[in-house]
Design a protein around this ligand. Structure first.
Ligand SMILES: *Cc1c(COP(=O)(O)O)cnc(C)c1O
Length: 453
């Protein structure tokens, strides 16, 4: 304080002086308290240089510095980015993009009270899951359906409700880890069921399941090996046969499909993935899958199947801890509704639209962006064929023919960092010392042009 009176304030403008001058703009834009604090911080940051003999900035310069800091602090932490990684359902970039119908429904639900647990017919209490249960029953033929926070929650809830305190039988070939903490043995432990591993990594037979079943068994489980395949000398029990074994023993079969799709993807030239309907038709008593993978909706996890079993899940105390809010339920209902009209699904669902874009269209778009990207990067840009991935454990071995802008002649890490620092960060990939932007998920070239401008 003493020192400030002697040297600093004599040369740097005071907080009040800045506030009376150009600082008023900061007050109008950001409010009195944040503006005052930012001006104080700007003066404090400038003081050491001034004390060391540098020329003192005037009030305008201090205000400009404070405004720059306030603007930087306004940039949201969770920001939109351009996903040019070549992975369509990129978990770290938020997976599926919602259809406009889902965005509109979610927005309406945010702005207004909604009949979330209120029966408009009787005026009595309703069930939040009823908003999606009817559609799911109609689309899949399941007897009953509920939704929770994500598929990890769905699997945990099913195991806790149906198998806690007893054993769940699962093939060693299906003891998956889906990134981070989703590891089947850990999920089973947290749900309070004992994992009863059967078979081997590469081969599991019907007799392995049969021999494991005893008085302690609560359920048989099948898990989609979402992010790997076991090839070579292999054997697994077909879902239909596994269902028969479960039925013989009077036990439920739980089938965790992971990504889960409601439509035959072969219709759009993609590899056919076992659908939710297939799993139910094969005899699974409970099927679980994600909302934001191939389904193309918001993050959610579905539990479908036998009415009595779904009811046990719905009544379990964990359900309350995992339930969906009105915003996501609105988006989910709108997404599911689109499945009634499969002919227009690939136009309306961004995930499916991006998955089905032909290479020729992507390549043609890439050609128009060579010059702007060369100007931005200072490197040599070429258009090259590449393979996109679906991502999020859907069809792990399947790739989609695509095209990428490839930048050479500049350090790729530095270029990647520059692209990430843009107002709309552009996320690409580095391979073989070149930066690659797979344009599968770029639906309009203007989006990239604006980002680079
Ligand atoms: C992705 C996946 C999960 C986890 O689903 P989230 O919706 O990410 O919680 C569980 N099981 C399988 C087989 C998966 O592929």
């Amino acid at each position: 304080m003493m020192e400030e009176t002697r040297t600093g304030p004599a040369r740097l403008p005071s907080v009040d002086a800045v506030l009376r001058g150009a600082g008023a703009v900061a007050v109008a834009r950001f409010g009195r308290v944040p503006a005052t604090e930012a001006i104080r911080a700007a003066i404090a940051a400038l003081r050491p240089a001034v004390l060391a003999g540098a020329a003192a900035p005037n009030a305008d310069a201090v205000a400009a510095r404070a405004i720059a800091a306030l603007e930087a602090a306004e940039t949201p932490s969770l920001r939109p980015v351009l996903n040019l990684t070549g992975v369509v359902l990129h978990t770290n970039l938020g997976r599926a993009l919602l259809a406009e119908e889902a965005v509109a429904a979610a927005t309406a639900a945010m702005r207004s009270p909604a009949a979330l647990e209120f029966d408009l017919g009787t005026g009595g209490r309703g069930e939040r899951d009823d908003h999606i249960a009817g559609l799911l029953r109609e689309l899949t033929g399941a007897e009953a359906a509920i939704a929770v926070n994500n598929n990890a929650a769905a699997v945990t809830l099913v195991l806790a409700a149906l198998a806690a305190g007893r054993e769940t039988v699962l093939s060693r070939g299906e003891l998956i880890e889906i990134g981070g903490a989703f590891r089947m043995p850990a999920i089973m432990a947290s749900a309070g069921t004992t994992l009863r591993e059967v078979g081997t990594t590469n081969r599991t037979h019907a007799r392995d399941y049969r021999e494991a079943i005893g008085p302690q068994t609560a359920a048989l489980m099948k898990v989609h090996t979402s992010n790997y395949v076991i090839q070579g000398f292999t054997a697994e029990v077909a879902p239909r046969d596994l269902a028969a074994i479960a039925r013989e023993a009077g036990l439920p079969l739980i089938d965790d499909l992971g990504s889960g799709t409601l439509v035959d993807l072969a219709r759009w030239g993609l590899k056919r993935e076992r659908t939710v309907q297939d799993a139910l038709a094969d005899g699974a008593d409970i099927v679980t899958f994600s909302g934001d993978k191939l389904l193309g909706g918001p993050q959610a996890g579905f539990i479908l199947g036998r009415k009595d079993l779904v009811a046990r899940c719905a009544k379990h105390p964990l359900k309350r801890a995992m339930r969906l809010d009105k915003i996501r339920l609105a988006a989910l209902e709108a997404t599911l509704r689109l499945y009634r009209d499969p002919d227009r699904l690939a136009d309306r669902l961004p995930t499916l639209r991006q998955l089905t874009r032909p290479r020729a269209a992507i390549r043609a778009m890439a050609e128009t962006l060579v010059a702007p990207l060369a100007a931005f990067s200072g490197g040599t840009v070429t258009v090259e064929d590449c393979e996109s991935q679906i991502g999020s454990g859907a069809l792990p071995m399947e790739t989609l023919p695509s095209a990428a802008l490839v930048v050479r002649g500049v350090p790729p890490e530095a270029l990647a960092a520059r692209l990430r620092a843009l107002r709309l960060p552009v996320i690409g990939r580095i391979r073989d010392d070149a930066l690659r932007l797979d344009l599968r998920c770029l639906e309009a070239p203007g989006t990239l042009l604006d980002a680079l401008a």
